[in-house]
Design a protein around this ligand. Structure first.
Ligand code: NDP
Length: 688
């Protein structure tokens, strides 16, 4: 142990803990000491009570929109300092491209959640999962669902392969949901997570205790959790299986979301020939998943399933590419594949490859001249890219069960597509599967069968290849996680991930009560009508339930003819008396879009005012026909307001959604929709 090696510290209850050296963490490239873990024990009681007592109330003082804005500021802060993170990450053995996934992929996920939150969440701490349903005949008793902050703590136990991305992709949705996080990174690469948390802490952007960091073991943390807490885990299936049966978690019904090892596959469909671009795409994808991050990706292709007649051609092309790859210290010019994360991983992968080799052939491996480049690499954790061939994958179970978490993949032939899909299913649940085909019907068949066993299916052909982000990239907008042995958990998926950290609650009551609870006007609730037209009010003045009942308008044949002339819409229902007689309406009716336009004419206040723009409609339905001679009237009611804060590039403004009901002379609803507007704030007036 060298005295100059830095000792990592945990961030507990808003202060750094640790100063006494414990375990040395070694560079994956040359075996030199990078950092030391600390020996001090962590008081998890203190950590949890700080999270509950200080961080949680501070987080809930902010609303979703404010937390989204904080995430964006944090992402920008980290992006400006990314080179510090690249410097420390070099010790993990990854190339710059590998570390890009971890560092900029992680920061990108913060940006993505900031913008998802801004677009999809309200400026409050309650999410309404509408629409409400009527539970009585008269409309005075309705029901709906809301999502509220869990008022607990999120514990994230992370894997060694992506110390930053793995932390940030879980932190972002938890923070947005209003949960303080306690993160325990895998010890082997915890120096990267610590560097990132130090920057976050230095930024001063987060309420104190929003993010706590645990270097080393998690002690009695899980035993101290309460009913409102959640645990997420990424790592091996064995550890997941052990932790999820923690008695305290079971007794208190604490959710445990696991993402564990997965034997992902890529299928080369039977329609693809060696002359097709799809053939090369398949080879490229398998090669990339073996070499990127030295194969230490939970999504890497472990099983390459190919038509028997193309087995030799695929093997030859892969051999050719693997033979050219330069492995070694990523700082050496031209190196494209780095080291495994640690000596322990190196030994583990070697042991698993030896087991996988039993009864199978090695198409490419160490004996093909593996010589990593760089100084001191003999002490590093390098591993030769290894391609195996399993001729009968229905007889050999190991290839579907043993995950060698390194640059290792196994080719397995099939006779027909049903067999290919049966082999895919033998992974007993995977994070991702790729199907490389040029035939849409085969893609549809694959998803129909393999969808049950996969968290994500990536269909690749020449068209998608132009922009495909690849088999191995989990995207913030799409679900990451798979059934069965992949852990059965779910992460990411846009707003879905935020919902994992909120509690869903059904609510029942009168429309007035449900309006107050959800912060969204429900039809049938009491409304306020005053002398001031709602469109003449600034954002701050508009209240949920502010309503306007318009004057009336009788629809004439001239309206229909004029609207047809303006729009060019001469559909028989509006213009052909004879044909219209044979329809379910028995007569000509007005264009639905005319009704919409006429309703706008009824409710707008035309003079310039605080309403800056109408940017769309939601949930539009033409409920009943409007015939010549019918008289329509509209009711406009403020349904939802979202304060997105102020942006330097825009005049201060907020989003207001208006519920619109258009009725006929019998009081029947003829059209129903929400209009979405941008409304200036009073602050805009003052500024002007
Ligand atoms: P582990 O399951 O051993 O570790 C994962 C995380 O769990 C680490 O943070 C680890 O901490 C922690 N942990 C381990 N034991 C306990 C415990 N008793 N209580 C609380 N936390 C615990 O996986 P490894 O990281 O060692 O990787 C082993 C294998 O897992 C790989 O070879 C690969 O097959 C698979 N894997 C899968 C990943 C995926 O994304 N699906 C990612 C990484 C690995 P510590 O490091 O301090 O032990």
């Amino acid at each position: 142990m060298s005295s100059s090696t830095p000792i990592l510290q945990s961030l507990i209850a808003d202060r750094w803990v640790g100063g006494t050296a414990a375990r040395a963490l070694l560079s994956a490239v040359n075996g030199r000491e990078v950092a030391l873990t600390h020996a001090e024990e962590i008081d998890f009681g203190e950590s949890l009570s700080f999270a509950r007592g200080q961080a949680l109330p501070a987080l809930l003082k902010l609303d979703f929109q404010q937390r989204a804005a904080t995430l964006k500021a944090l992402a920008a802060y980290l992006m400006e300092r990314k080179e510090q993170l690249y410097a420390i990450s070099a010790h993990t053995g990854g190339t710059r491209a590998d570390n890009w996934i971890d560092i900029e992929g992680g920061i990108g996920t913060l940006f993505a959640y900031a913008s998802t939150g801004r677009r999809e969440l309200p400026s409050s701490n309650i999410v309404h999962e509408g629409p409400a349903v009527s539970l009585g005949r008269e409309g005075s008793f309705i029901g709906s669902h809301v999502l509220v902050p869990k008022r607990g703590v999120a514990v994230h136990i992370n894997a060694f392969n992506f110390p930053m991305w793995g932390m940030l992709e879980k932190f972002a949705p938890s923070f947005l949901a209003g949960m303080p996080c306690i993160v325990k990174p895998a010890t082997a690469t915890s120096y990267v997570a610590e560097a990132c948390v130090r920057l976050i802490q230095d930024s001063g952007l987060l309420p104190a205790g929003s993010l706590q960091l645990v270097i080393g073991g998690s002690g009695d943390l899980l035993d101290r959790l309460e009913e409102t807490d959640v645990v997420t885990f990424t790592g091996s299936a064995d550890t997941a299986a052990m932790l999820k049966v923690n008695k305290n978690l079971i007794r208190r019904g604490i959710p445990f979301n696991a993402e564990a090892d997965s034997l992902n596959c890529a299928i080369l469909a039977p329609d693809v020939t060696p002359d097709d671009p799809e053939f090369d795409l398949f080879v490229r994808e398998v090669f990339r998943e073996m070499s990127a991050k030295t194969g230490q990706k939970c999504t890497a292709i472990r099983r390459a399933i190919v038509p028997r007649q193309h087995l030799d051609a695929v093997a030859a092309k892969l051999r050719e590419r693997l033979a050219k790859i330069k492995a070694g210290d990523p700082s050496v010019e031209g190196v494209k594949m780095g080291a495994l994360a640690s000596k322990a991983q190196q030994a583990d992968v070697a042991e698993r490859v030896a087991l996988l080799a039993q009864g199978n052939e090695i198409v490419f491996g160490e004996r093909d001249g593996f010589a990593p480049l760089g100084e001191g690499v003999a002490n590093g954790a390098f591993f030769a890219p290894t391609l195996l061939l399993c001729r009968d994958a229905f007889a050999n179970e190991a290839v579907h069960e043993l995950e060698a978490f390194g640059p290792v993949s196994t080719l397995m032939p099939y006779e027909d597509f049903d067999q290919a899909l049966a082999l895919a299913a033998k992974g007993r649940g995977s994070l991702v599967g790729s199907v490389i085909t040029k035939t849409p019907a085969l893609a549809a068949e694959a998803v129909m069968h393999a969808g049950a066993f996969h968290g994500r299916i990536h269909v690749l052909d020449r068209e998608a290849a132009k922009e495909s982000t690849g088999h191995g990239s989990p995207m913030p907008a799409l679900k990451h996680g798979g059934p069965g042995r992949a852990g059965g958990g779910e992460e990411l998926g846009g707003i879905r991930a935020v919902k994992h950290y909120l509690q869903r609650c059904a609510v029942q009551g009168s429309p007035t009560m449900v309006t107050a609870i959800t912060g969204e006007y429900q039809r049938g609730a009491k409304v306020q009508e005053d002398a001031v037209h709602p469109f003449r009010k600034h954002f701050e003045e508009i209240q949920i339930g502010d309503s306007l009942l318009t004057h009336r308008r009788t629809v004439s044949e001239a309206d229909i003819v004029n609207f047809g002339g303006i729009s060019g819409d001469y559909f028989y229902m509006h213009f052909d008396e004879i044909a219209a007689k044979d329809t379910q309406f028995g007569q000509r009716i007005a264009h639905g879009y005319f009704v919409l336009s006429a309703a706008a004419g009824l409710f707008v206040s035309p003079a310039p005012g605080p309403v800056l723009a109408n940017y769309g409609l939601d949930t539009l339905r033409f409920v009943n026909p409007v015939a010549i001679g019918d008289t329509i009237q509209a009711r406009l009611t403020c349904k939802r307001r979202i304060d997105r804060g102020n942006r330097p590039d825009q005049p201060p403004q907020g989003v207001v959604a208006w519920d619109v009901q258009v009725m006929n002379q019998r009081g029947e609803l003829v059209a129903s929709y929400d209009i979405l507007t941008l409304v200036a704030k009073q602050a805009a007036q003052t500024a002007a």
